[in-house]
Design a protein around this ligand. Structure first.
Ligand code: ATP
Length: 361
């Protein structure tokens, strides 16, 4: 009796050594990317870094030059898109405008040969999931952007996909609606245990919806980690810049003692928890919410001229400029008063909060 070969749960989706060139230009080289069952993962990166290319290769909409796509233990590399049991939600929803909401959602099931009467129950269930059941008989052309997005999600889920891929699914929605949809969709995917990959260039969206985020740069994954690790321990200057705001100063290590490196920058010394040795060229940074306008003596300190005060309600953001024209942000919770533009002040942050990376000299 043959035993079923079940893949380990942590390699439910396994992209192995995928490469892709367009007309001789390499856009992806030896991509390895692994997703666990039930995980919600984001591909995050600037325009042109290869997010959509990777998504399309997984979906089977684009053929990789080399490499394999393993899904649930099955090598789907040579299967056409419609045989992979992967659903894709596109940025523009790609609904059929002349069909009703219910007909759009039924489309995939009908294409699989299900009868009109058999699709009724699953379509109704999928529409109820996205709270669009009362719209079943409307033409999709009469729906708002958020409603169309929900229909697109229902259409993607009704076929019980092994994997759901979403290419910038919220980018056409306004900010408030986008946030609502992110929360709703995340809850929906979690409750059904669906494995999903979101493509986005919006870091807040990626942080909000994902268990893990793959930060991409020029066709490579720079770091693949959970949101808090990415933010607190970015693996490279690129990740530090792309995920969250921070100020960067360049310099080199001038002292090393007990795992604390002292870095000389053009606006003073900055200490960091690091084993990097004397002479190493580095970049140091700090997150705005970790800067305090009332530093203690053991903190790193920096003199800035207060350039702007932005009262945003939930937070107040102070803008400071160093003598070297570096811009520092200091983010304080709530509404703060008593800061006057033009005054020179000393800000600080804990040594342990300094982000540090070696950079090419
Ligand atoms: P965006 O956020 O702008 O959608 P992306 O990260 O999804 O960008 P891709 O669309 O994957 O990036 O593109 C990666 C690179 O491959 C880009 O340099 C792009 O110009 C190139 N590229 C993508 N598709 C093609 C194609 N069909 N022919 C030639 N070059 C392509």
């Amino acid at each position: 009796q043959a035993t079923e070969q079940r893949p380990p749960a942590h390699r439910y989706l396994d992209v192995v050594g995928a490469a892709k060139s367009f007309k001789g230009t390499v856009v992806m080289d030896n991509m390895n990317f692994r997703v666990a069952k039930g995980e919600l993962v984001s591909l995050l990166g600037p325009s042109g870094c290869g997010k959509t290319t990777l998504l399309r290769i997984i979906a089977g909409l684009l053929e990789a030059d080399t490499g394999d796509i393993i899904l649930g233990g099955r090598n789907v590399s040579s299967l056409p898109a419609h045989k992979r049991n992967i659903s894709v939600v596109f940025q523009n929803y790609a609904l059929f405008p002349h069909l009703t909401v219910a007909e759009n959602v039924a489309f995939g099931l009908r294409a699989r040969g299900m009868s009109k009467s058999d699709v009724k129950a699953p379509v109704a269930e999928a529409l109820a999931l996205v709270r669009m059941d009362t719209f079943a008989d409307r033409p999709v052309s009469a729906l708002s952007g958020g409603q169309q997005q929900r229909v697109a999600v229902a259409r993607a889920l009704v076929v019980s996909p092994d994997l759901l891929l979403l290419d910038e699914p919220f980018s056409a929605l306004d900010r408030k609606l986008r946030e609502t949809m992110q929360i709703e969709l995340k809850a929906l995917l979690r409750s059904r245990g669906i494995t999903a990959i979101f493509v986005t260039h919006d870091q807040e969206e990626a942080m909000g919806v994902s268990d893990r985020i793959a930060v991409m740069n020029s066709g490579r994954i720079e770091q693949f980690a959970d949101p808090s690790t990415l933010y607190a321990q970015p693996a490279s200057p690129f990740v530090m810049d792309f995920v969250g705001l921070s100020t960067r100063l360049t310099g080199h290590v001038i002292a090393q003692a007990d795992g604390i490196a002292t870095v000389k920058t053009h606006v003073g010394k900055v200490r960091a928890n690091s084993q990097l040795v004397v002479g190493t060229p580095v970049q140091v940074g700090v997150r705005p919410e970790l800067i305090t306008p009332d530093p203690s003596t053991e903190m790193n300190q920096i003199k800035v001229q207060l350039d702007d005060v932005m009262t945003l309600g939930s937070k107040t953001v102070l803008h400071g400029v160093t003598t070297g024209a570096d811009k520092f942000l200091c983010e304080l919770p709530g509404i703060r008063t008593g800061y006057a533009r033009g005054e020179t002040v000393t800000w600080g942050w804990a040594v342990a909060d300094t982000l540090i990376h070696e950079v090419p000299a």
